[in-house]
Design a protein around this ligand. Structure first.
Ligand code: SAH
Length: 270
């Protein structure tokens, strides 16, 4: 009887080839690799994480863009080069984490654009005592959000107190900062319009939400020689701008910076 012909072009392994003569013993079919081989291969692989966003070059591209945009304070750029921004946003948005864009973090709030974080922290760092000491000292941040800016500040400060009025965001930031083991940072669930009196005075105060004017409590809690950077309405009708306040021994000195658009500073907790 004729052997059935293999279809034209089809290739079978020798053991399965219906045209094979059968003189060789068929090898055992193994649906799985032997355990020791699987374990060896697994130990060579690193688990895929963050869509390749964990790699330093991705962050360094963002830093180069900030530099090209005029951010020139090296310690600030170095701090931002170290913080994994994609770990602070929803995984569906992680691919956009190193673009210069704000992204939703829930409850109608956003993580600030990297260029805005860079400019504000740079303003802080260029304060007189900050520059002289080479760090931001004791920092108060209003508006923790997802915790990204707090993590950047932690690289440049001796301590960071960050206040958030929305409990789910306060908890989200605690998870992010805990997972990444960010040091020197304490999160407080409270209305930041009152600042945080227990740890005052602060060398540096920074706010990520803007009202019409700066709350008096922030000015009161700023140390003499300290600097505050926050969005507020410009008195000349330009809309919201960055306001830089230096507390000098003789009084407050206000400087107006660039136009910005922050989420509103609201009172009370939620
Ligand atoms: N720092 C964040 C930005 C968060 S957006 C970042 O890294 O990108 C601003 C945050 O300010 C929001 O989470 C908002 O809830 C918070 N906020 C607004 N008013 C506040 C207040 N009075 N006290 C504390 N947080 C406030």
């Amino acid at each position: 009887m004729n052997k059935p012909a293999a279809p034209r072009g089809a290739r079978f392994p020798a053991s399965l080839d219906p045209s094979a003569t059968g003189s060789r013993p068929a090898p055992t079919l193994r649906p799985q690799r032997p355990l020791h081989e699987a374990a060896r291969d697994a130990s060579r692989q690193t688990a895929p994480r963050g869509l390749g966003l964990d790699s330093a070059p991705v962050r360094l591209r963002m830093i180069e863009r900030l530099r090209a945009d005029g951010v020139c304070c090296e310690p600030v750029l170095q701090a931002m080069a170290q913080v994994l921004r994609h770990e602070f946003v929803d995984s569906a948005l992680a691919a956009q984490a190193y673009e210069d864009t704000s992204l939703p973090i829930g409850l109608s709030q956003t993580i600030s654009k990297p260029s805005v974080v860079a400019r504000m922290v740079e303003w802080l760092y260029l304060g007189e005592i900050q520059r002289a000491r080479g760090h931001l000292g004791r920092v108060l941040e209003i508006g923790t959000g997802c915790g990204y800016q707090a993590a950047v500040l932690a690289h440049l400060a001796t301590s960071v107190i960050s206040v958030e009025r929305l409990k789910p965001l306060h908890e989200l930031a605690a998870r992010h900062l805990g997972r990444l083991q960010v040091p020197r940072c304490r999160l407080v669930y409270a209305d930041g319009m009152r600042g945080h009196p227990p740890n005052a005075p602060y060398d540096s105060i920074i706010a990520a939400a803007g009202g019409d004017d700066l709350p008096q409590s922030w000015l009161d809690q700023l140390a003499v020689g300290g600097r505050l950077v926050a969005p507020a309405l410009a008195p000349d009708g330009r809309g919201q701008v960055l306001v830089i306040v230096d507390k000098l021994p003789g009084g407050l000195r206000r400087t107006l910076g660039e136009a910005v658009q922050f989420v509103p500073l609201k009172s009370g907790t939620f």
